[in-house]
Write a protein that binds this ligand. Structure first.
Ligand SMILES: C[S@@+](CC[C@H](N)C(=O)[O-])C[C@H]1O[C@@H](n2cnc3c(N)ncnc32)[C@H](O)[C@@H]1O
Length: 753
């Protein structure tokens, strides 16, 4: 897809539309047409994959003005391309909703004016009947009106929090709408029954609304027990909607207090309290407050003389999480077994973050620092995704996302992540505060999440801005899959892949990890990340001192340092000053031009000389590779790249040579080439008295380094030098765990020693 053309076209359309700014809409569709357009319930989309384009249009802030301070406006007064500040539009849906990218419906105002309403950034899995059901009432704060490409008009909602659903009995509903409303005077008991019925139909949003309405209706004369029932039921519906903060508050409001002077509640009331504690426990668990969850589950058990099997089980689960949180002891092998291409890869594990703290990182902004000294291979942190969109989960719809604010276009799960985030943040304001504290690249205005008219205001443009700076690509299942699926030629199974581009193939999914988001970049970072399902596992790639900043490469350092730096500047807005970049800074233009030309030649050479048992290298191709390697090496300044500074442009050819000599069973040459490859990846090797010493301090962990170590190990084994071989094998296995979080895949790739 030509993203640049798509972006340009959308910009032009937006610009053209701007020409009508402030004008009134002409030749509008009438009621009959709109009623016809939205006459039928939408059928599920036919099988197949839909490619949708999600345009993030020019940013404007979410409305934070309460309804009471806004003046009503009518549809007929709306002006095109205009944000109607200080105004509120009261609307009632008149048709059945439909979803293309936005959820849409026909609407009328209190004077009978009609138009189309489109709500963007809602979650694709939320039933559209929950968003814009027929005959529902809404107040739209500070509406935005625009012409659409199909020649029509739309009242466009980019921030779902601008649109407030009003209950039938709400006094803010304009009088003109009231006569058509039904059951205005419904009693709390009746509303509760309706809520229960909606819950039974799995219409949880409707259930929450009906319970809320009943709670508003509950007069002081109404039985107190009804109020508790309503809170308890609403807690359950909120749990199922993943509105965990609301669920926790509801569950707590449903707990009967002990009467003054009494020792215990009667059995029936205690049982009800048990239910409320259980729901509170589940909400606290989902909010990852495991200590609090464990306490609630203990309380459930105390509410019944015979105990409670569910609470006991949940209590044990919470205790396991607390143990993980405290010790960082995870069964990574079991975690790896638990994920697969066909499962929901969201794992039930706690975060382990006590070895790090955030702090001032000077010109890098905030950063993450080691609390204590860590050894190479140590777990730095393990964190569950705050939110994650697995590409594999939404196979029916593929989104291309085009952001006019940042001039960026992307394909994959980015749009789904935005919808996931907006949904989560809208209903969990405390979690929203954590998210909005992340780096936003200087986005303004910084509207904090706040409750206005009972709705948490979420600025979707800022959500996306933060996501762009903080999201990580990740595999659909686990990091090791790419490596174990593609064994290197001559090591274990045969394959002709050169190892480049594995990550890009695997990283279709995308997520946000809020603690890891504080880690700043260095191409030669002291830590790297790996994934198992939605868990990010960061390990030290070399020893890290107490108080030292944790740094990891945001993207794989590429062979062309200056090109990497330019792309980093474009994406994240900074220039890397790590040791590789520092060494590279002295590269002359002539050296760089020559290195690029030779690297291109190397790519062509590797493309035309793929190795396998059937295609062995001949003497001429080996000579050519060696010559190219020396020539590229000559473009690196000897002084600047002394002390094992990585020379990444050499590694692809170095890797090929290891393979070539390995196929030719030239064991000494394999060892020589592999040690050279390790050095070019920053690992200094010295051998004294058959003892191998590896200097990790500049090492760039990469699958090629593991391959190089295993080539060396196998060559030593073949030469009968088992002890030396074992050093390298141990090093390779350790590095594998650093890169992929666990051992799975190592033996598949390299076979047994
Ligand atoms: C994911 S955030 C990292 C945390 C961030 N420093 C903060 O203050 O919250 C990414 C942003 O951090 C800054 N950053 C990361 N690595 C950097 C580096 N090596 N040099 C300068 N700034 C860096 C850039 O502003 C980048 O867009």
């Amino acid at each position: 897809m030509d993203y640049a053309a798509l972006l340009q076209k959308q910009k032009q359309l937006t610009l053209d539309a701007q020409g009508r700014k402030g004008k009134k809409a002409t030749n509008k569709h009438g009621r009959a047409f709109l009623e016809m357009l939205f006459a039928n319930k939408t059928k599920p989309s036919p099988e197949g994959c839909w490619v949708r384009t999600c345009f993030i249009s020019y940013a404007y802030p979410a409305s934070t003005t309460p309804l009471a301070q806004l003046r009503p406006i009518l549809i007929s007064d709306l002006r095109l391309e205009t944000h109607h500040h200080g105004k509120v539009l009261f609307l009632r849906t008149i048709g059945h909703p439909t979803r293309i990218l936005a959820v849409q419906n026909a609407v009328e105002d209190q004077s009978g004016g009609v138009d189309r309403l489109a709500v963007y950034n809602t979650h694709p899995t939320t039933p559209i009947e929950q968003i814009l059901p027929k005959h529902a009432l809404f107040a739209l704060r500070e509406p935005f009106y625009k012409a659409t490409v199909d020649g029509g008009y739309t009242i466009r909602v980019d921030h779902p929090s601008d649109l407030i659903r009003l209950q039938a009995g709400d006094e803010r509903v304009p009088a003109a709408f009231s006569p058509r409303l039904v059951e205005l005077d419904k009693e709390a008991e009746g509303l509760k029954a309706d809520g229960n019925a909606a819950y039974g139909r799995k219409e949880y949003c409707a259930a929450v609304m009906l319970y809320s309405e009943a709670l508003q209706t509950c007069s002081t004369e109404v039985k107190e027990s009804l109020r508790y029932d309503l809170y308890r039921n609403r807690a359950n519906a909120n749990l199922l909607l993943q509105r965990f903060e609301a669920a926790l508050a509801d569950a707590n409001a449903a707990i009967f207090p002990l009467e003054l002077g009494t020792e215990a509640l009667d059995e029936a009331t205690a049982k009800l309290n048990g239910k409320a504690y259980y729901r509170a426990g589940r909400a606290a668990y989902a909010l990852r407050d495991f200590a609090r969850a464990a306490e609630y589950f203990r309380k459930v058990e105390r509410c019944s003389a015979s105990g409670d099997a569910d609470a006991e089980r949940e209590g044990k689960r919470a205790a396991c999480r607390l143990e993980e949180q405290k010790t960082g002891r995870y069964d990574f092998a079991a975690m790896s077994k638990a994920v697969s291409a066909t499962r929901n890869n969201r794992l039930d594990h706690a975060d382990f973050t006590i070895r790090v703290k955030d702090g001032d990182a000077g010109s890098r902004g905030r950063g993450l620092f080691a609390v204590k000294a860590l050894k190479m291979g140590d777990l730095v942190l393990c964190e569950k995704a705050f939110e994650l969109a697995f590409a594999s989960e939404n196979a029916k719809e593929v989104y291309t996302m085009v952001n006019l604010n940042t001039n960026r276009a992307s394909m994959g799960a980015h749009a789904t992540l935005l919808f996931d985030l907006v949904q989560k943040l809208s209903h969990n304001p405390e979690q929203a505060r954590v998210y909005f504290d992340l780096h936003d690249g200087g986005y303004t205005p910084k509207i904090p999440p706040q409750l206005v008219d009972g709705v948490t205001v979420i600025d979707t443009f800022r959500v996306e801005a933060i996501s762009e700076y903080n999201r990580f690509g990740c595999p659909n299942v686990r990091s090791s899959d790419g490596a174990s699926m593609k064994p290197r030629a001559g090591l274990g199974k045969n394959d002709d892949d050169d190892g480049e581009g594995e990550d890009s193939q695997l990283e279709n999914s995308v997520g946000v990890w809020v603690v890891a988001s504080h880690v700043n970049h260095a191409c030669d970072g002291n830590a790297v990340r790996a994934f198992i399902g939605d868990m990010m596992i960061i390990r030290a790639v070399r020893d890290i001192g107490a108080e030292e900043e944790i740094l990891m490469p945001y993207c794989n350092p590429k062979n062309d340092g200056p090109a990497t730096r330019t792309s980093m500047k474009k994406t994240w807005g900074f220039e890397c000053d790590c040791r590789i970049c520092e060494a590279d800074a002295g590269t002359t233009k002539a050296q760089l031009v020559r290195r690029r030309a030779l690297s291109k030649e190397a790519v062509r050479f590797l493309e035309n000389n793929k190795l396998s048992m059937q295609h062995l290298a001949n003497a001429a191709s080996i000579r050519k590779a060696e010559t190219l390697l020396w020539d590229i090496e000559a473009t690196y300044d000897k002084t600047a790249f002394a002390n094992n500074r990585p020379r990444l442009a050499l590694t692809a050819l170095g890797h090929w040579l290891c393979q070539a000599y390995n196929f030719a069973s030239s064991q000494r040459k394999v060892i020589e080439c592999a040690i050279r490859l390790l050095r070019d990846l920053g690992y200094g090797i010295s051998v004294a008295n058959k003892k191998v010493k590896i200097d990790y301090s500049c090492g760039c962990p990469d699958i090629k380094a593991i391959d190089a170590a295993m080539y060396t190990a196998h060559a030593h084994y073949s030469l009968g030098e088992r002890k030396q071989g074992l050093y390298y094998e141990e090093f390779a296995e350790g590095l594998w765990v650093v890169l992929y979080a666990e051992k799975q895949g190592f033996r598949e790739r390299y076979g047994s020693s």
